[in-house]
Ligand binder design. Structure first.
Ligand code: SAM
Length: 276
């Protein structure tokens, strides 16, 4: 990478910037009192901008740099990893592979970790009719991480919905990456209400667990819908809640008649569980 270092800032040398562009610069930035002008090839520079210095610099691969910073995230019995760290999952932990990308939910946010921990603490294998495994609804599925975690933890099936259509193929791909068969996890664009009220192939009219990593104001709006989707006594797992907004969520759950309300805090974030 060829960079021309010109002393000064984009402000102090404003009058010279056009000369850099005319000389063939492909980009300009300022760092620590030096203008860095990127070029594909050296060129003769006119006197006003000839007080700089040409330098060949190593290319920075920002994506590789970002990937190097990622570490496995342990959440209860599950360890969330990107595909290239799969081998680092400790024996006894369930690997949950998520390709970091456009959809929220790599496990590196406290709320995702809290929600996976909470799912891990439920006995998803034993819940559900005839003890055949829980039917789980994940509202705001993003990368699909919570629905996939539920399936890996023994849910009979998990249904992930999201209002953002770009998340759906990403979530499906992540489910495939984890070897979860399509019958065990399904994703659809949508939100609570009519679209999420049935699980097409199973004819489900209620879920054994509802999990939602959204935000406090939305939990307040959806609290009645959560109740309508859950079997009596079914666990509700809510996160995405800033601790300062906890009173709003507590009030909404009380209003709808949820019981056994418990809170887990992680820095400024909270997770709330309750029973329908
Ligand atoms: N479930 C993932 C996790 O725990 O990491 C992603 C959570 S991310 C914070 C919230 C997701 O909810 C986003 O993908 C967003 O598009 C979706 N969302 C926002 N409002 C929604 C709504 N009203 N109904 C369904 N999904 C919604």
């Amino acid at each position: 990478m060829l960079v021309y270092h010109l002393p000064g800032t984009l402000d102090t040398r404003e009058a010279d910037l056009d000369l850099l562009w005319e000389a063939g610069a492909t980009g300009l930035e300022e760092r620590a009192g030096v203008i860095r002008a990127y070029f594909d090839a050296r060129s003769d520079l006119p006197v006003p901008i000839s007080d700089g210095e040409w330098r060949e610099e190593a290319d920075q691969d920002w994506l590789a740099e970002f990937k190097r910073t990622l570490r496995p995230v342990r959440a209860g019995r599950v360890t969330i990893v990107p595909p290239w760290l799969r081998e680092e999952v400790e024996a006894g932990q369930l690997p949950l592979v998520i390709e970091p990308g456009m959809a929220f939910g790599t496990g590196h946010h406290a709320t995702t970790r809290l929600a996976v921990e909470a799912l891990s603490g439920l006995n998803l294998v034993a819940l559900g009719p005839d003890g055949r495994g829980a039917r789980v609804l994940d509202v705001g599925t993003g990368s699909g991480v919570l629905a996939i975690a539920a399936a890996l933890l023994g849910a009979r099936f998990a249904y992930g919905v999201d209002i953002d259509p770009i998340t759906i193929p990403i979530a499906r791909e992540n489910a495939g990456e984890n070897g979860v068969p399509p019958g065990r996890v399904r994703f659809a664009e949508g939100t609570l209400g009519e679209e999420a009220a049935t699980f097409p192939e199973e004819g489900v009219d209620a879920y054994d667990v509802v999990v939602a990593n959204l935000y406090a104001e939305l939990h307040d709006l959806l609290a009645g819908e959560y109740l309508a989707e859950l079997v009596p006594g079914g666990p509700l797992v809510l996160t995405g809640i800033l601790t300062v907004k906890l009173p709003l969520v507590r009030a909404a759950l009380e209003r709808e008649g949820f019981g056994d309300v418990r809170e887990t805090l992680d820095g400024e974030w909270a997770l709330v569980t309750a029973r329908a």
